[in-house]
Design a protein. Structure first.
Length: 213
C-alpha cells in the first residue's frame, strides 16, 4: 500500500565514531545515500579502505517512507551485528542512510549478547556524530526575470522564506525555487509584486529540500 509522505528525517552529514570493547575496535561510518547501489558502494569502499579488518557489518534504510531495509552480519553470528544496527536506524526514525561498522578483532570473544550491544552502541555513536535534518517535499517552480532585477528578486524571495534552488544566467535569469504546496498561491502573488506583474512562476514538479531549522 502506498503511503503519502511529505517529510522525513535523515542524517545531516557523513560521520565516523569508534568504540572499543575488550580490545576489539568498532568503527561506525554513517553516510546519507539516495539509493541501494549508493549504499552498497559505501560498504565496498570501506571494505577496501579497511582491508585489515575482520568484519564490515552494515545496515541501511532507504526511501522517504523507509520502505527499503537491508542488513548484513558479514561473518558475525546471525542476528548479532546487522540486525541491531538496523534497529538503531529504525529507532532514530532516519532514512536514506547507510551505517557500516568495521570491526578489528581484539582476541576476546564477546558472545552473542556482547556483539549485539557492541554493534548497537557503535551504530548509536555514529548517528550521534552525524546529527539529523528533516527534508520536506516542496513544489518546484521556475521563473525568468531580467538581469537588472534578478539580484533584488532573488534576495527578496530568500528573505520571504522561499528556497532558491538554482540560478541560471542566459538572455534572462532563470530562478528555480521551491515552496510548500500550501504557499504556492502566495508565491505567485509575491512574484507579481516583486516584478510589477512582468514575470510569472511556472510549476516544474516537486523536489525534496532540507527544511529550515
Amino acid at each position: 500500500m502506498s503511503v503519502e509522505v511529505s517529510s522525513y528525517l535523515t542524517v545531516a552529514r557523513p560521520a565516523e565514531a569508534e568504540i572499543e570493547v575488550k580490545r576489539s575496535r568498532f568503527l561506525c561510518t554513517v553516510e546519507p545515500v539516495g539509493d541501494e547501489p549508493a549504499a552498497r558502494a559505501v560498504v565496498e569502499r570501506l571494505r577496501r579502505q579497511h582491508w585489515d579488518a575482520r568484519h564490515h557489518c552494515s545496515a541501511f534504510v532507504l526511501g522517504p517512507d523507509g520502505r527499503v531495509e537491508r542488513s548484513s552480519d558479514d561473518g558475525e553470528p546471525a542476528g548479532t551485528a546487522g540486525a541491531p544496527m538496523l534497529d538503531v536506524l529504525r529507532g532514530r526514525g532516519v532514512t536514506d542512510v547507510v551505517a557500516v561498522v568495521t570491526r578489528w578483532f581484539g582476541g576476546t570473544l564477546l558472545g552473542a549478547g556482547g556483539l549485539v550491544r557492541a554493534y548497537g552502541d557503535a551504530g548509536r555513536a555514529g548517528l550521534d556524530a552525524a546529527g539529523t535534518l528533516r527534508r520536506e517535499l516542496r513544489r518546484e517552480l521556475v521563473l525568468e526575470v531580467g538581469h537588472a532585477d534578478a539580484g533584488r528578486v532573488e534576495t527578496e524571495l530568500r528573505h520571504r522564506g522561499v528556497v532558491v534552488v538554482d540560478t541560471a544566467y542566459g538572455t534572462a535569469v532563470t530562478l528555480r525555487v521551491a515552496v510548500a504546496p500550501d504557499r504556492e498561491e502566495a508565491l505567485h502573488a509575491l512574484v507579481a509584486e516583486l516584478t510589477g506583474g512582468t514575470a510569472a512562476a511556472a510549476v516544474a514538479g516537486e523536489r525534496w529540500v532540507d527544511a529550515t531549522p
